[in-house]
Design a protein around this ligand. Structure first.
Ligand SMILES: N[C@@H](CCC(=O)N[C@@H](CS)C(=O)NCC(=O)O)C(=O)O
Length: 201
């Protein structure tokens, strides 16, 4: 398998999953954004986004989908919740929510505070989507009020996927997301050796 990656980007999700599962993979780390600084990458992924996970003829460009794929294809692993477990639906909900609901608003904030040249920045859009994110992030704080992990009473791909959403919020200095419940969970999951390896530059 080969993973195309940028530091501190969504490709951290499949990289973390690969490290947790102890799978062999080749890593190509690209400068960000690759569509500007690594033109050859468009041949791998015409969207120009990371991650891309290539496994033979299979090409996956969705970070949470890549985690799901690895767990099912290369499991069994406790990182994937099985359909016969009560929390299977909750697990899928967290996986999809991690990007569609939680990371998406942060990307608007990122774009309009950092990525765009000064004259194209939009403080109002950045602030509105920061608040949008915080409104949706409440579901994570609530879920962690009475449990150590998001679902299934154990560390799973859902924690990996939502864990990146949290990391991104902290890179963007959305400090209010770091509630006591969330901080305790983040301490727990980011102290895992696989995370330390995956987060290394
Ligand atoms: N929904 C996709 C989004 C992928 C994505 O937008 N990745 C960002 C990095 S976090 C990217 O490559 N941005 C570069 C760009 O938009 O040019 C996923 O979950 O993987």
């Amino acid at each position: 398998m080969k993973l195309y990656h940028c530091h501190n980007s969504r490709s951290l999700r499949p990289r973390w999953a690969l490290e947790e599962m102890g799978l062999d993979y080749e890593l190509e780390t690209l400068p960000f954004p690759p569509r500007v600084f690594a033109k050859h990458y468009k041949e791998v992924n015409p969207l120009g986004t990371v991650p891309t996970l290539v496994d033979g003829d299979t090409v996956i460009t969705e970070s949470a989908g890549a985690c799901d794929y690895l767990g099912v294809k290369y499991g069994p692993t406790p990182l994937a919740v099985r359909p016969d477990e009560p929390d299977y639906g909750a697990y899928l909900n967290w996986l999809h929510r991690s990007d569609a609901t939680l990371t998406f608003p942060l990307t608007i904030t990122f774009r309009y505070t950092a990525l765009e040249p000064e004259e194209r920045r939009l403080p109002q859009a950045a602030e509105d989507y920061r608040k949008w994110f915080l409104g949706r992030w409440r579901c994570v704080d609530d879920a962690l009020a009475d449990r150590e992990y998001l679902c299934a009473d154990r560390f799973t791909m859902a924690d990996i996927a939502v864990g990146f959403s949290f990391l991104f919020s902290q890179i963007l200095k959305v400090e209010e997301a770091a509630t006591p419940n969330v901080n305790a969970w983040w301490e727990r999951i980011s102290s895992r050796p696989a995370y330390q390896r995956a987060a290394a530059e």
